[in-house]
Design a protein around this ligand. Structure first.
Ligand SMILES: [Zn+2]
Length: 249
């Protein structure tokens, strides 16, 4: 039976000195495969390892890693998954291979494509059917090759795991003119967002927010979350100031 486990929940946070990149990492498991959608980055690597351990999964047991796009905060822990093959859209592959990202000032692409190719890379054009109930779809906009994963769960809930097509839940309601950090075509972004919402997804996992459900057209977070920021402010001691932020349901 296919199930989805949010291993790392995205945190809707940014700072005055730039993005923190606390992104979501999601596990999909069925009878045949253990699949990861995105892998986070070095800053949350130990949390990812712990989350896998909590679910009694060794990194070597992951068969497939689907990368929604190649921004650092979604792909940098790829090296943990030594037995996995990787999935990427053809458009994202070309965006990086042909260094098109440099032309649009996209500084968030790490130099890992060749190493992923050496691990075994599957690229797809518009759609890749992984199984009867799991599909990768090209949903360009955030980057020209951004993709989403749509899963039809046994209880009928269709779930979209959309990377940064929607970074935060508030973008779903407000559909900002140009969301922060858009490197693809803005019209394509709107079309992709509409396509995913029109597919009747019951649940959505955004790139940088908690898993949510649509209930009577309202957005409801599936669970609360905590986030803690620590600032080392004092110059005469190592006393840290902790800010705990409760993310409401
Ligand atoms: Zn991101």
């Amino acid at each position: 039976m296919t199930r989805i486990i949010p291993l790392l929940k995205g945190v809707p946070i940014t700072g005055s000195d730039g993005a923190l990149g606390w992104s979501s990492v999601t596990l999909i498991q069925n009878e045949d495969e253990i699949i990861l959608v995105d892998t986070g980055f070095h800053g949350n690597r130990h949390h990812l390892l712990q989350a896998l351990k909590d679910n009694r999964i060794e990194p070597d047991e992951v068969n497939r890693v689907i990368l929604t796009h190649l921004h650092f905060d979604h792909c940098l822990n790829y090296d943990l998954f030594t037995k996995a093959s990787f999935v990427l859209s053809r458009a994202e592959y070309e965006y990086v291979k042909d260094k098109k990202y440099l032309e649009v000032g996209d500084v968030f692409i790490p130099d890992i494509l060749e190493r992923i190719e050496n691990r075994g890379l599957v690229v797809f054009y518009n759609e890749l059917k992984i199984s009867q109930d799991i599909r990768c779809l090209l949903t360009p906009g955030h980057t020209p090759g951004s993709s989403s994963v749509v899963v039809d769960l046994p209880n009928g809930d269709r779930t979209g795991i959309c990377g940064d097509l929607f970074k935060y839940a508030w973008e779903i309601n407000l559909l900002p003119e140009v969301p922060q950090g858009t490197f693809g075509d803005i019209r394509e972004l709107k079309t992709s967002q509409k396509m995913i919402l029109d597919m009747g997804v019951k649940k959505l996992i955004c790139g940088h927010d908690r898993p949510l459900s649509f209930q009577d057209k309202n957005i409801v977070f599936d669970e609360t979350g905590d986030c803690e920021i620590t600032l080392f402010i004092d110059t005469n001691s190592s006393i840290a100031t902790n800010y705990k932020i409760k993310l409401a349901k």
